[in-house]
Design a protein around this ligand. Structure first.
Ligand code: ATP
Ligand code: MG
Length: 231
């Protein structure tokens, strides 16, 4: 349970990412202020180009802001050299992408174990945890197969969870799925949020997650269009 005294899991102040283009700059996000408590299920919406992926990439430690402050789970991501970003990306966040980003030459189990092995976690513990996750996701019969079809995003969710991250970030996770598999993926993200108290941020054009969100954020031209509302 988060109390008003706990610092928010995500705190952004004036968060800005612009991209130099020619003599000018394109705004990715501009002066975004956010305070998200641990345990929320955040749905991030906005038209194409409104800055959803830019914001997620900053939260994921995959990109650096050009101005403003960003702290996630106590890591000051905006402070140059203040954070071991490789470690942050592996251990604090789990990322789920529209295009799955699985390695096609690895089977389901190997894809899931990879981030833990890269983080130098013990192989046997990693395998046990991967088997638990894959069982939960209904993928136990598919361990030795190459990931395919609707199971690809479930494999990617297991991979995102293998290092037990506090924050799950999903960028259009249903964008390449049919509606049945899209529903399954959104329900799994919501279940993770409810049952293990994990904070989830999902950027999506779909309405599938609306009813499950605890915080709704809409971006417009890189800025928050209306203040985040709960429920
Ligand atoms: N590497 C880049 N170089 C230049 N401009 C960029 C770059 N990445 C993003 N942008 C610009 O930043 C703005 C925000 O893009 P972003 O991809 O974050 O939007 P989005 O809300 O995720 O859109 P979509 O719904 O299409 O995924 C857009 O104007 C985009 O063109
Ligand atoms: Mg995007």
């Amino acid at each position: 349970m988060t109390t008003s005294l706990s610092p928010p899991l995500i705190l952004a102040r004036g968060l800005t990412r612009s991209y130099p283009v020619g003599d000018g700059a394109v705004i990715g996000i501009n002066a975004v202020d956010l305070a998200i408590a641990a345990g929320e299920m955040v749905v991030l919406k906005g038209n194409s180009g409104s800055g959803k992926s830019t914001l997620l990439a900053l939260l994921a430690g995959m990109d650096r802001p050009t101005a403003g402050e960003l702290t996630v789970a106590g890591h000051a991501l905006s402070a140059p050299d203040g954070v071991d970003l490789t470690r942050y990306r592996r251990e604090v966040v789990g990322m789920v992408f529209q295009s799955f980003n699985l390695l096609p030459t690895l089977n389901v189990l190997e894809n899931v174990c990879l981030p833990a092995l890269l983080a130098q976690k013990p192989a046997e513990k990693t395998r046990t945890r991967a088997l638990e996750l894959l069982e939960w996701l209904g993928l136990a019969p598919r361990l030795a197969h190459m990931p395919a079809g609707g199971e690809m995003q479930r494999t990617a969710i297991a991979r995102a969870l293998i290092n037990d991250p506090a924050l799950i970030l999903a960028d259009e996770p249903t964008g390449n799925l049919d509606s049945r598999n899209g529903r399954i993926v959104i329900d799994l993200l919501a279940q993770l949020n409810r049952e293990s108290g994990r904070t989830v941020v999902v950027a999506t054009h779909s309405d599938l997650a609306d009813a499950l969100a605890t915080v709704h954020i809409r971006l417009r031209d890189g800025a928050i269009a209306d203040s985040p509302c709960h429920g």
